[in-house]
Design a protein. Sequence first.
Lengths: 154, 164
Amino acid sequence: MHDAILKRLRERLAVEAGLAATLSQGLLVLVQKPDELLAIAQTLKHKFAFDLLLDVTAVDWPQRQPRFDVVYHFYSTQDHVRVRLKTAVSETSPEVDSLRSLYGSANIMERECHEMYGIRFRDNPDLRPILLYEGFEGYPLRKDYPKQREQPQV
Amino acid sequence: MNTPRQSPAAFEYLTTKKDELVGWARKFSLFPYPFVTACCGMEFMSVSSTLYDTDRFGAALPRFSPRQSDLMMVVGTINHKQAPVLRKVYEQMCEPKWVIAFGTCTISGGFYQNYAVLLGIDKVIPVDVYIPGCPPRPEMVIDGIMQLQDKIATARHPLINEHF
């Protein structure tokens, strides 16, 4: 049942939106360029009923160019399937569009992604740290952040 | 009817030293303030409830205001963001005050070694008794409380004002 829905959705994505999705562990995976991100998210939300943004995070590949993957997970409450949307950004300008115009939950998750990985989200006006504190230097989940570096407040 | 009042033969007077008397009084009236942040808190609840019963040591009634307590039990991981809060709460407690570091995380950071966790609360506030364990057994906690009582009983208790 689940596989049939995935298969049908994959065909629909290819035919109706021209998106080539692969399958990984029961998830549809889309890899796209950063400047197409907002348009694709819009299509996913309005055309394919992916109405829930589950997670925004990033992956650091220190040896790779471009260095970062920004990863989004969407969930369709209608079809009960997930899709993963990946986009690669470079170390020099780690910047993508904010999805806050489409999903309210993007506000907080983009803030966390910004403080942990230093990914900037255009049009998100409130990128203050959530878990870290004011005055914290660097981005702790990047691979080049020293494991033992402490930044005590007291 | 008018029987003369008999004076008891013993314990009319008691001679002791001021430090011993004050220490004896203080060691049985510990008012703990539980600064509980993590999983050690479950063990803390277990040790303060019926089976192990810290009431036997006079340390039963947790006060949730630092101004009413004299023993701070720091139970669980403290991270760098919390360290100023911990320091502030400690400074709000009235003298005399004692601190128990409960669990490995409060002693040394435990298995955490990263950007977030404070590696030992003794970098921020003074600690009287360390109770190791992840989490410590209730018996160890009781042993720690008894060691703190010994420390209080044998410590100097300087005069506070001209009356005491």
